[in-house]
Design a binder for this molecule. Structure first.
Ligand code: ATP
Ligand code: MG
Ligand code: FE
Length: 350
């Protein structure tokens, strides 16, 4: 089936089109620049920007795929989690389109989309189940046991405080780098020494591994970096921002992969799938490849442009649901800003 996916959970208006497991178009409009001066996403601005960007982005996606509306078999939309106002714009648009065209509508989970984008990653072998999935995004850091992407996702653990992406954004601010911080930390870290400063690896001491084996904590790391930098500034001491960025990035990558590979070993699942915006990070990708190879674990990472928010991942889930015989969502569903990762499709009839 040819499915058009609509993503508006945060500051990216994403429209993707897939045919089965083949990616045909991935059009994105971002309101990121409008939020930069506030140092973070402003929900009201994001919602307005989606309203303005939706129609033109749908047209770009159809043009990119060289298709017209009559070629689209179904629509998929992100119904959560995310910013309420932003989600509502996409959900309302999707329902309007479904009502006007009579096409079936699938309301799907944004977080599952971040890992499910693997389904339409070009040139990849079919995904084998079960797989451990590590989701690292702006608002979430979760370890999942995926027995099936459209019907069985189990949450093994998640962050008990900040998401890894939030830590990247906060550390960037401390270093005077613009929002969103992730790509800037990556840029500044080049040439820095990752062993220069030993920043804390949250919940990875033996006693924490006993009680919180699959959980994460990044708030202590974020504070440690801020204190370290402030102490140098107070003393008027020079320091290398490259070393700070490289050491911080190393601490995040280390703890993420220690826990993900512990899950692979404990549950005897030699497969690891990464997803989410933070997985665009160069060091996380590199360390994942090294550690997975050493552990005999098969690693799958989406290409950079499919890590951050996009409509292709939503279309991918929609197409997969159809191919697996799932019924469309009834149109009474709403936007759910705190939808849990285990709710893969929202269907009010169930
Ligand atoms: P969620 O998916 O949890 O709702 P979100 O959709 O806002 O949150 P994503 O779009 O998946 O999050 O990811 C955005 C985050 O990814 C931001 O915190 C950003 O700083 C981070 N990020 C982007 N590129 C990089 C990078 N190269 N290194 C580290 N972090 C990055
Ligand atoms: Mg974003
Ligand atoms: Fe996201």
């Amino acid at each position: 089936p040819v499915v058009l996916g609509i993503e508006t959970s945060c500051d990216e208006t994403g429209i993707g089109i897939v045919r089965g497991t083949t990616l045909l178009a991935n059009a994105i409009a971002s309101s990121m620049d409008e939020h930069a001066r506030y140092g973070g996403v402003v929900p009201e601005i994001a919602a307005r920007a989606h309203l303005e960007a939706l129609a033109p982005t749908i047209h770009s996606a159809l043009a990119e795929a060289r298709l017209g509306w009559s070629d689209i078999d179904a629509i998929a939309v992100t119904c959560g989690p995310g910013l309420s106002g932003a989600l509502m714009v996409g959900v309302a648009a999707a329902k309007g389109l479904a009502l006007a065209t009579g096409k079936p509508l699938y309301a799907v989970n944004h977080l599952v989309g971040h890992v499910g984008v693997d389904l339409v990653t070009p040139d990849s072998e079919p995904l084998e189940y079960p797989t451990i999935a590590l989701l690292v995004s702006g608002g979430h850091t979760s370890l999942l046991l995926v027995r099936d992407l459209v019907s069985d996702v189990e949450l093994l653990g998640e962050t008990i405080d900040d998401a890894a992406g939030e830590a990247f954004d906060k550390v960037a601010r401390v270093l005077g780098l613009p929002y969103p911080g992730g790509p800037h930390i990556d840029r500044v870290a080049v040439g820095g020494n990752p062993k220069a400063i030993r920043f804390p690896r949250g919940l990875s001491l033996p006693k924490d591994m006993a009680a919180h084996r699959y959980d994460f904590s990044f708030s202590g790391l974020k504070t440690a970096v801020a204190r370290w930098v402030e102490a140098r500034r107070d003393r008027g001491e020079e320091f290398s921002a490259a070393d700070v960025a490289a050491s911080f990035r190393e601490a995040v990558a280390d703890v993420l992969l220690t826990k993900a590979l512990a899950a692979c070993a404990d549950l005897q699942v030699p497969r690891l799938l990464l997803g989410g915006g933070v997985v665009a990070n160069a060091r996380i990708r590199e360390l994942a490849a090294e550690r997975a190879a050493a552990a005999g674990v098969t690693l799958r990472i989406p290409p950079l442009e499919l890590c951050t928010d996009n409509g292709a991942m939503i279309a991918a889930l929609g197409a997969q649901l159809i191919m697996r015989g799932h019924a469309p969502s009834e149109l009474g569903f709403g936007a759910d800003s705190t939808l849990p990762v285990t709710d893969i499709q929202v269907n009010v009839s169930q």
